[in-house]
Unconditional design. Structure first.
Length: 336
């Protein structure tokens, strides 16, 4: 299941970040998926040894060597595309026309660098690394939760079909899928699933100065700290918090003053799924829309394996997990 979901997310993200040509390029898709997992593994290997040796050790680690080869491969893929775009812009300026504006990440980075050297391979692998695997994990958890709670399917279908009949897949219409938003946010609360993981910490940081907390606790400079996310399962905050409830945040949004607090992309001290403060995840708006578009009707097999496994202190979707999907007759004609 995980490999399929990752492939879907990779397609969607690449279509937004890049051109149509690259989002269908199997070589590009394979590299972006492998580069992220390879990078995580390489970082964990580097952390096993003294930090003073890392500038030298990375040259010999297979994971780091593979990461460098990925950059070379992506450069070879990107070079002709970037060259063609720059030629079109140069020709337009020479003819007195405004250069064409292409609404994708290739052009965004070109504009951001304002004429300075921009390595398109590095700039494109970076958002891919950020967007792919965390989004895939949340989408996978949402799919599993829906498979465990099949009674939600019909209500979700009615909501989604009702919105789509009003105009198809548009960003403005995604906001109206409030039950779907609630379902995904509830699944985020259960990532990790309290039945399958004991890791309830987030926002890892290292203190840059000595800190004394309000209760007198002293934290010296250079200490690695985490923020507890167990508030998601605090019965004083959420009713029956360990029971998956797809309507939980929809009910909250219907309460006066809660409309902008209970959305999937909202951040608060009571819900740290996307972090908190000025360093909360800036890509959460994109990820939320991406997940809503990717959700379909799935079923969890009776002999399903554990959903979540702990990988390097990080709960992640079991890559061996399988889901079943059933085809339906088309009910809405979507034109793209």
């Amino acid at each position: 299941m995980r490999s399929t979901i990752l492939h879907v997310i990779c397609h969607i993200s690449s279509r937004v970040f890049l051109c149509t040509e690259l989002c269908r390029n199997e070589e590009w898709l394979a590299i972006t998926k492998e580069h992220t997992m390879n990078g995580f593994d390489a970082v964990n290997r580097l952390r096993e040894g003294p930090s003073v040796l890392r500038p030298f050790v990375h040259w010999f680690l297979p994971g780091c060597q593979k990461a460098r080869s990925h950059i070379i491969e992506v450069t070879n893929i990107m070079k002709p595309i970037v060259k063609k775009r720059r030629a079109l812009k140069t020709a337009a300026i020479a003819e007195g026309r405004n250069p064409p504006k292409l609404n994708d990440a290739i052009d965004w980075f070109e504009q951001a660098y304002k004429g300075e050297h921009c390595d398109p391979s590095v700039s494109q692998l970076f958002p891919a690394k950020l967007a792919m695997h965390t989004t895939s994990d949340l989408l996978g958890q949402a799919l599993v939760d829906l498979a465990r709670n099949p009674e939600m399917s019909e209500s979700l279908r009615k909501e989604v079909l009702g919105v789509l009949r009003d105009g198809g897949w548009k960003k403005s219409l995604l906001y109206r899928m409030k039950l779907l938003d609630s379902v995904v946010k509830e699944s985020q609360c259960h990532t990790p699933d309290p039945r399958e993981s004991t890791i309830f910490a987030t926002m890892q940081r290292i203190t840059v100065d000595d800190v004394t907390l309000s209760d007198g606790t002293f934290i010296p400079k250079g200490t690695s700290v985490y923020v507890s996310s167990y508030s998601l399962f605090d019965p004083n905050i959420y009713k029956n918090p360990k029971k998956w409830d797809g309507y939980r945040f929809l009910r909250m949004r219907e309460q006066p003053g809660m409309e902008n607090i209970a959305q999937l992309v909202s951040t608060s001290l009571k819900h740290l799924g996307f972090g908190y403060g000025k360093y909360s995840c800036p890509g959460r708006f994109f990820a939320a829309n991406e997940i809503k578009i990717a959700l379909y009707e799935w079923r969890l097999p009776a002999d399903a394996q554990p959903i979540i496994i702990d990988y390097a202190e990080t709960p992640t979707m079991n890559p061996a997990l399988e889901l079943e999907i059933r085809g339906r007759d088309e009910e809405v004609n979507l034109k793209f």
